[in-house]
Design a protein around this ligand. Structure first.
Ligand code: ASP
Length: 591
């Protein structure tokens, strides 16, 4: 109500319930801004009209909760406040009731300088009263609602799956819940509802979705939360195209409620193209792609430069940055890092002195403009990698440098600033045909790149044992402006193939049976082909809110150290609780 009063309401008597946002004392006149979820209205108390009421209002302080009855009137021309929606009116108070006081607060929702994030999270209920946070949470609600509505209209059922379950791997550690009834046994909180949604397909719910909490005990990064929300979906009998269409539909609806009309279908590229063009599996297409300019150099020149003649010479080009000084180039070297499989050539001027024609040709090949920052990344003449792995190493080194330079010079190139044109501001992309397996150098074995339930390309099946690195998966990611929004795949629906994949992952039959026996069994009873995807809701809302951290769009998030500052969790529990669970804690906080 407080934020909804307009000049059209002049003369109307209103009841306003809310918080004292601010009180201004002009002697005989007292102004109190009262705020509720909808916004703010100015109350006026004139001593000459009602001295007792004026006196009462004098005791109001910030964040006291009040009820006021009064009449809406237009403000004088001179006192109109164009900055707030109710700036043309005010309410002359006839009755005032103090509903609750507030202690002096650690900070005020109206403060323009924010306290530290720890303080904001400890007093989250105050932080959430701030206009920005109110808007973020409202946006989150609207986006989730639009997605639900859209998926329901597309024929999907929202179906819940358990939180207390058995561990299903998504590549992180599980959060465990001890069972009191079966001491020594544990439930796991789901890293995702993966196997349940696949089982729902076996159970003939051919279109499932859920906006669902997932739990992953991972090393935390700025953009990760131990519990986060996914838009999870699965469908029977789809080709990847069908999944793309569904996702594009609900993303369009979600962006629309946030005021952006995005165009579909999204661009598509294979993983191989993404690596060769952007050096990364989540390309940010707001900046120019990489180009292989090796053709500009002769074999002899590459030899002189000690660069691999078979490997790409990749030009990284960041517009409008201009040439860098020697000091700047040196400062940027750590962005490239120490690499054994790629070399950086960042002094193009010097290169030009030795090989003017080659550099001119390279500039031409990559379409460099005079004010572009241009660097080259190439492979070393000698190294232990070969073939595609060696090539990919060069492209990824160039791709990572491109991301770093783009971030560093964002103000100069301006490509990250919003233009108001959704086609430029939101560059969506499907990346398809990911590799099925990733080699883990540390453990010396192959892991599932997505998860072990992902279907390999049928025609790559024969390479399963001979050349696992070359097996492509029917796996896809949806990417926005260099951020992965979600991943999914067409699944394995045949038990014999599922078993083969477990074997290729080095899992013995016994281990597979122990971990996934229930699922392997379910696969035998008439499993339809199926596939799906999951997208991070928090991330989507963060992008739409223009926020720079997930914590800005999650009502009660954890810190980067996985702590809930408000309730102070995690905490030790008492001996009796532990005893009941049959748990003895060996060492507590020491790490
Ligand atoms: N369960 C997968 C994930 O959480 C998504 C999917 O394959 O549908 O990443």
């Amino acid at each position: 109500m407080c934020g909804e009063l307009r000049a059209a309401h002049a003369g109307q008597r209103v009841v306003l319930l809310g918080w004292v946002n601010r009180r201004r004392d002009l002697g005989n006149l007292l102004f109190v801004d009262v705020r509720d979820r909808s916004g703010m209205t100015q109350l006026v108390l004139d001593k000459s009209d009602n001295a007792a009421l004026h006196e009462k209002a004098n005791h109001l302080r910030s964040e006291f909760v009040i009820a006021a009855i009064g009449a809406v009137r237009k403000r004088d021309e001179k006192t109109i406040n164009k900055n707030i929606p109710t700036g043309e009116i005010e309410v002359t108070v006839e009755e005032l009731k103090l509903l609750n006081e507030s202690q002096p607060l650690p900070f005020l929702p109206t403060d323009t300088t924010l306290p530290s994030e720890e303080v904001r999270l400890k007093y989250r209920y105050i932080d959430l009263r701030r206009t920005e946070m109110q808007a973020n949470i409202e946006l989150r609600h609207k986006v989730a609602l639009a997605i639900r509505q859209n998926l329901s209209n597309q024929g999907f059922f929202e179906i819940e799956t358990p939180f207390m379950t058995r561990s299903t791997p998504e590549g992180a550690r599980d959060y465990l819940v001890p069972s009191r009834v079966y001491p020594g046994s544990f439930y796991a909180l789901p890293q995702s509802p993966q196997l349940f949604k696949q089982i729902l397909m076996i159970a003939n719910f051919d279109k499932y979705f859920q906006i669902v909490r997932c739990f992953r005990d991972e090393d935390l990064r700025a953009d990760r939360q131990p519990e986060f929300t996914q838009i999870d979906l699965e469908m029977s009998f789809p080709q990847p195209d069908r999944v793309f269409e569904v996702v594009e539909g609900f993303l369009q609806a979600a962006f629309k409620v946030a005021g952006h009309e995005i165009k579909t279908p999204f661009t598509r590229m294979t993983y191989d193209e993404a690596i060769r063009q952007y050096g990364i599996d989540k390309p940010d297409m707001r900046l120019p792609a990489l180009s292989n300019v090796r053709a500009a150099f002769t074999a002899e020149q590459l030899q002189t430069l000690q660069l691999g003649p078979e490997l790409p010479v990749v030009a990284v080009r960041i517009p409008k940055v201009g040439e860098l000084s020697r000091k700047e180039r040196e400062d940027n070297r750590p962005l490239f890092g120490e690499r054994t499989h790629a070399r950086l050539v960042d002094d193009i001027k010097r290169l030009e002195k030795s090989f003017p024609d080659a550099v001119a040709k390279a500039r031409e090949l990559c379409g460099a403009q005079p004010d572009d920052l241009l660097v080259l990344v190439a492979g070393p003449a000698q190294q232990d990698l070969s073939g595609q792995r060696a090539e990919y190493s060069v492209y990824s080194a160039a791709g990572q440098l491109r991301v770093e330079l783009a971030r560093k010079y964002a103000e100069k190139h301006g490509a990250f600033s919003k233009t108001g044109n959704p086609e430029k501001d939101y560059r969506f992309l499907w990346v398809t045909d990911f590799p099925m397996f990733e080699y883990d150098d540390k453990e010396g074995r192959w892991n599932a790149a997505h998860h072990p339930f992902t279907s390999p390309h049928e025609r790559d099946m024969e390479k399963l044992n001979s050349d696992p690195g070359a097996v492509r998966a029917l796996a896809y990611d949806v990417v926005l402006n260099g951020t992965e929004l979600g991943s999914g795949s067409i699944r394995i629906h045949r038990q014999d193939i599922q078993k083969k994949i477990f074997t290729a992952l080095g899992m013995s039959e016994e281990e597979a049976r122990l971990r996934f026996g229930f699922f392997l069994e379910a696969l035998q009873y008439g499993t339809p082909p199926h596939g799906g995807i999951a997208l991070g809701l928090d991330r989507i809302v963060m992008i739409l809110a223009g926020a720079d951290s997930l914590r800005e769009v999650i009502p009660f998030p954890k810190t980067a150290k996985a702590v809930d500052m408000m309730v102070d969790a995690p905490t030790p529990v008492n001996e009796a609780q532990l005893r009941e669970l049959g748990i003895a804690v060996k060492h507590s906080a020491e790490k």
